[in-house]
Every structure is written in structure tokens, then in C-alpha cells.
Design a protein around this ligand. Structure first.
Ligand code: ADP
Ligand code: ZN
Length: 597
């Protein structure tokens, strides 16, 4: 081989490498654009994980589309045009939940897709893909570590909100407390001059939908400062270190915008107790540590107030609650009668209600409902009224909406066998008859064997007035009422079904709380056993777990026996009501009472 040829070959090689590099760069650019587009789309139309679970349990999810290896799923919610995306922290357990819903008769269309952009690319390019992905990954990792150029790595909503305290119904005392934070944000100098330390973090405890986000926005609105928010579940990522980096970026931004409010929803997703080992947990640790570092880092001149929301306070790492971090905690309760009425008023302002609709009586009937559920009821009522071609929203539309939100949509179309029908009739009659003989239980409002949502039938009770305390007797009787369905199946058909699974789930939770949270077991005494670490449990003796289990079982067994004996005693009523249900499918409050006249 001559020198000339060698050179030519060398040149050719360089050229090939050059072309390859160009192709790769183009590929990366394409990938990056697709990724960014996806990301943008997500930002516009996301559904919080808690919302997703809620919709799923209401039976409102029609379609779930997921991509292999991705934690993002696309869902179609009933009555909502646009498909929404949601981030699922644990795909496996989420799928389990979906499967149970499907098994219960929910019609959910499941679509599993390979990562879409791969399938669209021609095959030649695909052979380069691994290299491209590797490079893209490197670039992403660089970006994550803050070495790359500044880019939008996290999702946030940063703007001044128009929401004010007057948009938050009820919660008067909580608002009072929040007023102080508004003052801090407005005039920090006033406080620092006195030597007061401005609070850095406030934790809001409360069920989903009780208005935690709303009140956080209202604080920002009242103080006229920017509101930056992020959900804890968004921090859970497949790439190690990304969570921590997102936290850092979030606070970088907050520093620039200070004074401002940083809102972290579902903080339990990152702030759970730190335990060592496994991958996901180490990732969480890094994220949590970063959050702690940030909170310790900003000085009081910076006036950043971090509000965080959770409905599982017992899960939180104690380090979060130390002074200088989330040292203020405010519980956001489910609204009482007055609160519910105010919420209904706020959310019915823009709706056409019929004259005869009495918001007070709706408020009375909805004890235990959250603000979000009440809002949802009014929305559903408007949809139902439209479907019914009513001039305006009538009482029956609202009643139907309440049922839809609590037990799901009526499914008259679902066919089920005579045998299933009989089983459901006895199951529901069992609940209704048993609770009729339990003094602490509220009156039956409606019994039905028309399938609704995931339930084959349902028994609705009149709403309780708001109560701050529930007695042990009341809880015991609640257990009996819950197990009345299963007891009736066994008594009449001498067989039991899966239809009682939800009753059993609820009953078990109540019994466990009675023993471990409310100290209602005579044997174990008034001790809080919940959320304790294993070493803390050992204080109570080696076999404390067994003893708790035995007490829970005892409560359930007793309740089941009591339900059975009540049904045996009143077998005539059970038969009569089941028969009526088979004939008419539904029994209202007045007709139900007649059986006991
Ligand atoms: P959380 O953050 O506690 O899960 P949100 O603040 O997201 O609850 O509440 C969801 C929706 O429910 C709100 O946007 C609002 O429409 C309604 N809502 C909840 N609580 C209230 C309230 N106290 N007053 C008015 N609306 C409320
Ligand atoms: Zn039941």
C-alpha cells in the first residue's frame, strides 16, 4: 500500500466519522425536541396522582394508555374531553389497582405502547439509536448536574394568582392563622426589625380535596407574591439525582422571585421517613436531604415561605418538622355544615340552580364530603341536568350527582344473572336490616340492586350530623352494619361472594384504628401503635404484633356474629326486603320504613 492510498483511507475514515457525528447530532436534536414537546404537553394537561386514584375509584376512568418503561400514563376521564397525563409513582401497584377495578366490572380500555418515537423512526436510524440514546443520556446527566446550559428541567406553575381568601369557604380559624403569613410576606422588615424569625415552612395536613392547594394559592394572592408549585410525586424519577436537582432548581427560582410562596403538594412522596438501602429509597433520601439543605440555607431576608401538603403526617420524616423547617403545622379539616354550605354557595354562583334547590339541605346530606367533592357534585349535577334536558339544575339532578360521586354512575345496561341479582338483593337487604336494629346507625335512605360504578348494589344511609367524636359503641355497630351484607349471603345462600370485599376492607380499617389509634381495646389499653418503628414497638413486648392482630380479629368476629344473630332474629324482614328489591330494584326511605311499621 502506498502512502497516498493510506492518506485517502484516512480521509475517508474522517469523513465517515464526521457524517456519523452529524447524523447523531441531528438525531439527538430530534429526540430532544420530541422529549421537550412531550414535556410541554404534559405540563398543560396533567392529573395529580391522588386525583387519578380518586377518579379510578369513582369508576370515572375510561382509558389508560401507557408506554413501556415510563411512569407517565395517559388517561381519559369520563366527561372530560382532553386526555390527561399523570405520573404514577409505582406502575406495578397502580396496575394492580386497575386490574381489581377491571375485575370489579369497570370498563377500562388498557393500551400498552412501546415508546412512541421509536416506532416512528425508520429502521436504519434505529440501529444508531442506542448510541444516540447513550449520548442523549450523557447530555441529560450533565444537565442534571447543572453543568449544561440552563433549561426548563422541572414543571412549575409560576405566576401571581388571582385567588383570595374570600374564594376559600369556611376554614375561618385557619385563614386567621394564614393572615399572619401574608403579613410576613408583605412586610418582612416589620418583623425582622423586632428580631422575629419569619417561619420558613408550614405543613398543611388534610385529606385530598380539602382545599390545601387553594388556601396556599390564596396566601400568595393576598400577599401579591408569586406562587411556585410542584408535586412530591414529580420528584420521583427514574434517574438518580434528578429529584435532588429539581429541588435545587426549584429553590434557585424561588430565590430569584422572593418574596414568594413555594408549594410542595404530596410532600410525603419525598419526605417519608428515611430508611437506608434500596435504590428508590436512596433516591428519596437525596431528594429529601436536598430539601432540608435548601430550607436551612435561605436566610430570613429572602422571605421564601414553603407550604407543603400531605394527608399522611405520620409518614413524614421527623427531620422535616424541626425548628427552622416545617415548624408550623395546620390541620385542614373536612368542612363542617357551615363550611359545606359556603362551599356550595361559592361553586353554585356560576350555575343555574332551580328555585326549589335548597343548598342547606344538600349541605346537611353531605357530612364528610370534601370541598373538591362538593364542587364535583355541582359540576356533575349541571351535566346531569343537561342530559335530562332540564331548564335548570333541579333537586333530582343534584341527588343523582351525589350518588354518582359517592357510589359511581348507575349502570342499568350491565346484564347480570338471576343468581347474582338474588345475591346482591340479600347482601344489600342484609346491610339495611342490620343497621335498622343498631341504635347508633343512621336511617337507611335508599337500598338498590342497580349496579353503580364498581358496586353491584348499594345501601345509602342518611347523613350524620357533624360529630367531633365517635364512640366505641358507634364504631362497633358500624362494623356490624358493614358485615351485615356478607352475613346475609352466608345465612340465606350458604355461600359467600367477592361482593363484600369493600365492606371488609372498610371494616378491617375501622377495627385496626380502634385498636391501634383510638386505644379502644381493653386488653391493650389506650396506646397509639400507629406509625411506630419496629424498635419502638418492641417496647410493648415481643409479641405485640400478634396481640394487636388478635384484638382486631376479635372485634371483627364479634361484629360478624352479631350481624348473623340480628339477621336470624329478623329473617322475615330480610326476606321481605330482598324480595321487594328483586321486584323493584330500589327501595326509598319511606318504603323501607313501612317494613318495620
Ligand atoms: P387539596 O390541595 O387539599 O387536595 P384543592 O385545594 O386542590 O385540595 O381543592 C380542590 C378544589 O376543591 C379547589 O380547587 C376548590 O374548587 C374546591 N375546594 C376545596 N376546598 C374548598 C373550600 N374550602 N372553599 C372553596 N372551594 C374549595
Ligand atoms: Zn356491602
Amino acid at each position: 500500500m502506498g502512502k497516498d492510498k493510506m492518506d485517502k483511507k484516512q480521509n475517508k475514515k474522517t469523513l465517515v466519522i464526521l457524517i456519523l457525528t452529524v447524523i447523531l447530532l441531528v438525531l439527538i436534536a430530534v429526540l430532544a425536541v420530541i422529549l421537550m414537546k412531550n414535556k410541554e404537553k404534559q405540563d398543560e394537561n396533567t392529573l395529580a396522582y391522588t386525583e387519578l386514584i380518586k377518579e379510578l375509584s369513582y369508576g370515572n376512568i375510561e382509558k389508560i394508555e401507557m408506554k413501556t418503561g415510563s411512569t407517565t400514563v395517559k388517561v381519559k376521564v369520563k366527561n372530560v374531553e382532553e386526555e390527561k397525563t399523570a405520573i404514577v409513582p409505582n406502575i406495578e401497584s397502580f396496575m394492580e389497582l386497575v386490574q381489581t377495578k377491571v375485575a370489579e366490572g369497570n370498563e377500562i380500555e388498557l393500551i400498552q405502547k412501546p415508546r412512541s418515537f421509536i416506532s416512528q423512526l425508520p429502521s436504519i436510524i434505529i440501529s444508531f439509536l442506542p448510541t444516540a440514546i447513550m449520548l442523549a443520556l450523557f447530555i441529560m446527566i450533565f444537565k442534571m448536574q447543572g453543568l449544561g446550559e440552563k433549561g426548563k428541567v422541572y414543571d412549575d406553575t409560576e405566576r401571581k394568582t388571582k385567588i383570595r381568601f374570600q374564594d376559600v369557604a369556611g376554614l375561618d380559624e385557619e385563614k386567621q392563622e394564614m393572615m399572619e403569613i401574608v403579613e410576613f410576606l408583605k412586610k418582612p422588615e416589620k418583623y425582622t426589625r423586632m428580631g422575629a424569625r419569619i417561619p420558613k415552612g408550614v405543613l398543611l395536613y388534610g385529606k385530598p380535596g380539602t382545599g390545601k392547594t387553594l388556601i396556599a394559592k390564596a396566601i400568595a394572592g393576598e400577599a401579591d407574591v408569586p406562587f411556585i408549585s410542584m408535586s412530591g410525586s414529580e420528584f420521583i424519577e427514574m434517574f438518580a439525582g434528578l429529584g435532588a436537582s429539581r429541588v435545587r432548581k426549584l429553590f434557585e427560582k424561588a430565590r430569584k422571585l422572593a418574596p414568594c410562596i413555594v408549594f410542595i403538594d404530596e410532600i410525603d412522596a419525598i419526605g417519608s421517613r428515611r430508611t437506608s438501602n434500596s435504590g428508590a429509597e436512596t433516591e428519596n433520601n437525596q431528594t429529601l436531604n436536598q430539601l432540608l439543605v435548601e430550607m436551612d440555607g435561605f436566610s430570613s431576608e429572602e422571605t421564601i415561605i414553603v407550604l407543603a401538603a400531605t394527608n399522611r403526617p405520620e409518614m413524614l420524616d421527623k427531620a422535616l418538622l424541626r425548628p427552622g423547617r416545617f415548624d408550623r403545622q395546620i390541620t385542614i379539616p373536612t368542612p363542617d355544615l357551615k363550611g359545606r354550605l359556603e362551599i356550595l354557595k361559592i361553586h353554585s354562583k356560576d350555575k343555574k340552580l332551580s328555585e326549589d334547590v335548597n343548598l342547606e339541605s344538600i349541605a346537611e346530606d353531605t357530612a364528610g364530603f370534601t370541598g373538591a367533592e362538593l364542587e364535583n357534585i355541582l359540576n356533575e349535577a349541571a351535566i346531569i341536568a343537561t342530559k335530562n334536558r332540564h331548564e335548570d339544575i333541579e333537586i333530582m339532578d343534584i341527588e343523582e350527582a351525589v350518588k354518582k360521586v359517592t357510589v359511581g354512575l348507575e349502570k342499568r345496561g350491565r346484564v347480570y344473572s338471576e343468581k347474582d341479582k338474588k345475591l346482591t338483593a340479600y347482601h344489600e337487604a342484609g346491610h339495611a336490616v342490620v343497621s335498622r336494629y343498631l341504635p347508633t346507625q343512621t336511617d337507611v335512605k335508599e337500598v338498590s340492586i342497580i349496579p353503580r360504578g364498581v358496586a353491584g348494589g348499594y345501601t345509602m344511609y342518611k347523613s350524620d350530623e357533624d360529630k367531633y367524636y365517635i364512640s366505641k359503641t358507634e364504631m362497633q355497630e358500624k362494623l356490624i352494619a358493614l358485615l351485615g351484607g356478607r352475613a346475609a349471603e352466608k345465612l340465606v345462600l350458604d355461600d359467600i361472594s367477592t361482593g363484600a370485599s369493600n365492606d371488609i376492607e372498610v371494616a378491617t380499617k375501622i377495627a385496626r384504628d380502634m385498636v391501634t389509634k383510638y386505644g379502644m381495646s381493653d386488653k391493650l389499653g389506650p396506646i397509639d401503635f400507629q406509625g411506630k418503628e419496629p424498635y419502638e414497638m418492641q417496647m410493648f413486648g415481643e409479641n405485640i404484633g400478634d396481640k394487636i392482630g388478635a384484638e382486631v380479629k376479635e372485634l371483627i368476629d364479634t361484629a360478624y356474629r352479631d350481624a348473623q344473630s340480628l339477621l336470624i332474629e329478623h329473617k322475615d324482614k330480610l326476606d321481605a326486603i330482598a324480595k321487594e328489591l328483586l321486584a323493584k330494584e330500589k327501595i326509598g326511605e319511606e318504603d323501607f320504613k313501612k317494613f318495620f311499621a
